[in-house]
Write a protein that binds this ligand. Structure first.
Ligand code: PEP
Ligand code: MG
Length: 906
């Protein structure tokens, strides 16, 4: 038997179905399925993807020969359903010809509409429809599309405008018309004439008048478009194999612009903004699909309820609404009922919210398309939970339908949508921490505190931030830095605080002296209002109204469900009792990283800290550390109390010491007075701390190994807080973490200091507590020698910020200078500080996990770099067999969702 190459559909019957995407492409399979569900779809047929492959191996003639019979039969079927005839003058059938690959390739290949028109058929169509303008407009659109796609009449240079558009512009100029929609029938006839002349003069061929010749040309052009440049590039980017080929779907045209009993519209089975179970949409009488989206005529609501609500919002009286803005439900009640029933049927069938396009042609309803509708984060959660409650989907499906990153929208303030429409953007940086914020520009942390004390919201604008700015960041609504990347200080700290932040705003020229920033020729001063969007990286001028977000009931339920499926645990990176409480509320089951350095920046602590750093000798350091101890102990006491019963990993001091000392002369003088020494001495000691590459310098465990008294003090602070809490009836599970270890002995030295200090405390309190001493794995050497390190370390936590920095050799603070170019040139697909590089850094994680567990099978392993909150990285951690991920408190729900999905994907 001859191979089947054409699959027909129409009138509730179809030779294909949804599961035949490979053969019929996404569009062909979906149209077949809609027919089977009983949805009125304009009839047609799909030529299989296999024919596309034949086209490239056997050539056009052989393919045409193979297809002729099947296509003639299929067209006869379409004709009988539509009651029209292809090529007939009195009663013509017009067709659309579209491509359709297995995977969606939006806009990559070509489409031809209104096929079948010629100089005679157009007259017949005008007579039949009584609408001459519509007929000629359809004809000129057809010639334009066919001329472009099939006959290849395109601009020859980058600067030349499309030849057809040029002709339209010429005719408009000659007739004084500005809008295409104002062109008269005669203008359209003129366009047809000139289009055909252009085709003849540029290609040497006449525009084909025979409908079958037109059809063959169009089918072959779609096959050709599989190999056009943009399709090839798109496939390469998306990893779509060339052998898949495209199908071609040929379908009867239906028109919503054939008079007052025709209409066209789009509709959604639920509200895509809120997720409410409310059918809604818009339509226009006597219009084409593109008119609804083009915004030239304002479409009307489909439901009566929607129409009344909208009129109220827009201040339109009921009388005027009834006159000018009637809903489809009121204008065409029977068709509305049909539309309502079908959308419900489709939603039940596809078991998801549907986004549908429909056309009413002379009183008959046709569905052109249905697909799973795009939705906001809020709607995504509500729809998944409602579908679960309605018994339409399983718990697993509800979880898998969530795009974890979209949960961000539900956890941070957002701009009021209407207000955002009027906003004027100034510049754009990296979206370092999500949320929306509005406030007055300030440039210094202490000014932020003053303004906020006076009740003014502020946005802190800096070249970059340092730990000294912490207090200022805490009181700010949001932070913008001209430099830095996704893991620079500002980004990491802001994410931890759940504050909106934009980094790497490279167009911004900050002038601290003048207290201004400039973008291009615009200058903004301290006190001017700006607004920032941490989801997109946009900076706007002026105030924009924001709306707060909260963890709603649906999301809480969904997350509980996710936890019941996940194996990977989710902890949080939290440095303050407030962050710890937030993290716990958002479902964190421990703290995976408590960065102790942030605790030193309050007034009293920073003084003692500076004294310690600038001390001449060990004796001086020990004296200063003794002043810090009670503060540290208090901080730990509060954090461990907030995390009662849950593990808390505390990391010993990590950053280079120069970050803690004053760099401006004014502060240096104050420091000298406080310490009772000359300012020159302060300047000299600060100078000694400066390094060429602080990130690779005297930091991490190198501090603890050169100044063991710091490690000793920190351990005493942690352990005494825990002992006191134990006596008060709390349960503490401390884990002390040594940063930046690369060599086993670096760790062992520190471990000895830690264990000795712990023993001292246990003796003093008369209490013993179980605790662990472990290390961060953030230096490639540590990953490669993990078997040695695990012989002493009781747990590992991957510090993937540093591990990424050191594996790529990219400074995490300077990546913004070349990242945009790298992304644009596709050298990098994503920012590796945001999304874990599984091929490189991931290999080190795998190696370290395997080697660590060879020695210590029960080794607890987590990750605490920023990647711990990125869904694809979380899934990778699951696959590698880590025990937990740790991320900023506000990313905890995202990580919980991703952890559940990872388990279900296994
Ligand atoms: C890391 O390097 O991944 C890490 C968590 O530590 P920090 O960002 O503080 O260097
Ligand atoms: Mg680190």
């Amino acid at each position: 038997m001859e191979k089947k190459r054409v699959y027909t559909f129409g009138n509730g019957k179809a030779e294909g179905s949804a599961d035949m995407r490979e053969l019929l492409g996404g569009k062909g399979a979906n149209l077949a399925e809609m027919n089977l569900v009983g949805v009125p779809v304009p009839p047609g047929f799909t030529i299989t993807t296999e024919v596309c492959t034949e086209y490239y191996t056997l050539g056009r003639d052989a393919v045409q020969e193979h297809l002729t019979k099947e296509i003639e039969n299929a067209i006869a079927g379409v004709e009988s359903i539509m009651g029209t005839k292809f090529g007939s003058i009195d009663n013509p059938l017009l067709l659309s010809v579209r491509s359709g690959s297995r995977a969606s390739m939006p806009g990559m290949m070509d489409t031809i509409l209104n096929l079948g028109l010629n100089d005679e058929v157009v007259i017949g169509l005008a007579k039949k429809t009584g609408n001459e303008r519509f007929s000629w407009d359809s004809y000129r659109r057809f010639i334009q599309m066919y001329g472009d796609v099939v006959l290849g009449l395109k601009p020859t240079t980058k600067t030349e405008i499309d030849p057809f558009e040029q002709i339209i512009e010429d005719v408009k100029a000659e007739t004084g018309v500005t809008l295409d929609s104002d062109l008269t029938t005669n203008d359209l006839k003129e366009l047809v004439k000139r289009f055909k002349e252009a085709i003849k003069s540029r290609t040497g061929k006449d525009f084909p008048t025979d409908p079958y010749e037109q059809l063959w040309g169009a089918i072959m052009a779609v096959f050709n478009s599989w190999m056009n440049e943009r399709a090839i590039i798109y496939r390469r980017l998306e990893g779509i194999p060339e052998e898949w080929g495209t199908a071609v779907t040929v379908q009867a045209m239906v028109f919503g612009n054939m008079g007052e009993t025709s209409a066209t519209g789009v509709c959604f089975s639920r509200n895509s903004g809120t997720g409410e179970n409310l059918f809604n949409g818009e339509y226009l009488v006597n219009a084409q699909g593109e008119d609804v989206v083009a915004g030239i005529r304002t479409p009307h609501e489909i439901t009566k309820e929607g129409s009344i609500r909208r009129a109220k919002n827009e201040g339109i009286s009921e009388e005027e609404r009834k006159k000018n803005f009637l809903s489809l439900e009121e204008t065409f009640p029977e068709l509305y009922q049909q539309l309502f029933d079908i959308q419900h049927k489709l939603e039940q069938h596809y078991r998801d919210m549907q986004d549908m396009e429909f056309t009413i042609q002379e009183g008959k309803l046709w569905f052109l398309q249905t697909r799973n509708g795009k939705r906001t984060g809020k709607a995504m959660v509500k729809i998944a939970m409602d579908f679960l409650a309605e018994g339409l989907i399983t718990e697993e499906e509800a979880i898998m339908r969530i795009e974890p990153n979209k949960l961000d929208e539900l956890l941070h303030p957002v701009f009021n949508k209407e207000a955002l429409k009027k906003a004027v953007a100034i510049t754009k940086g990296l979206p370092a921490s999500p949320g929306a914020a509005t406030g007055k520009v300030v440039f210094f942390a202490d000014d932020a505190a003053t303004y906020s004390h006076n009740g003014d919201p502020v946005i802190l604008v800096r070249l970059e931030t340092s730990p000294e700015d912490l207090q200022g960041m805490t009181v700010s609504e949001g932070i913008v830095t001209a430099r830095g990347g996704m893991t620079s200080h500002a980004a990491v700290v802001a994410r931890g605080m759940g504050k909106c932040c934009i980094t790497g705003c490279s167009e911004m020229v900050v002038n601290y002296e003048k207290r201004t920033f400039k973008v291009g020729d615009r200058t903004f001063h301290e006190g001017d209002f700006i607004s920032i969007n941490g989801f997109t990286g946009e900076v706007f001028e002026g105030k924009i109204e924001t709306e707060a977000a909260r963890l709603d009931e649906d999301l809480s339920k969904l997350l509980k469900l996710a936890d019941s499926k996940a194996r990977l645990k989710v902890r949080a990176n939290a440095d303050t009792p407030h962050d710890a409480t937030t993290a716990r509320d958002l479902g964190a089951v421990g703290i995976g990283l408590c960065r102790t350095e942030h605790m030193f920046f309050e007034e009293a602590k920073i003084k003692a800290m500076r004294e310690m750093i600038l001390a001449k000798d060990q004796e001086g350091r020990i004296k200063a550390l003794a002043k810090i101890l009670p503060f540290q102990k208090k901080d730990f006491y509060e954090i461990f109390k907030a995390m009662d019963g849950l593990p808390v990993t505390v990391r010993l001091l990590d950053p280079p010491l120069h970050e803690f000392v004053p760099h401006d002369i004014k502060s240096q003088k104050i420091m000298a007075d406080d310490m009772g020494i000359d300012v020159e001495e302060v300047i000299e000691r600060v100078g000694k701390l400066s390094e060429q590459n602080p990130m690779l310098g005297h930091r991490g465990c190198r501090l603890g190994n050169t100044f063991p008294e710091i490690t000793h003090m920190q351990t005493v602070a942690i352990m005494s807080a825990c002992c006191q809490l134990t006596k008060e009836g709390y349960t503490t599970l401390p884990e002390i973490m040594v940063p930046l270890v690369g060599i086993l002995y670096e760790f062992k030295e520190q471990e000895t200091v830690i264990r000795a200090a712990a023993e001292e405390v246990f003796k003093e309190y008369g209490v013993r507590i179980d605790y662990k001493v472990g290390t961060m794995i953030e230096i490639p050497r540590a990953a490669l020698t993990a078997n040695r390190i695990a012989s002493s370390a009781e747990f590992f936590s991957f510090g993937t910020n540093d591990l990424t920095q050191m594996t790529f050799g990219y400074s995490r603070d300077d990546i913004a200078s070349f990242l945009p170019t790298y992304l644009e040139k596709k050298i990098l697909k994503v920012d590796p500080f945001q999304v874990l590089d599984q091929k490189g850094v991931g290999q080190l994680i795998k190696i370290a996990t395997e080697r660590g567990r060879e020695i210590r099978p029960e080794l607890k392993i987590g990750i605490c770099g920023e990647h711990g909150g990125d869904p694809s990285s979380v899934k990778f951690c699951h696959r590698v067999g880590l025990n937990y991920v740790s991320c900023s408190p506000f990313r905890v729900p995202i990580a919980r969702m991703a952890a559940a999905q990872a388990a279900l994907e296994e």
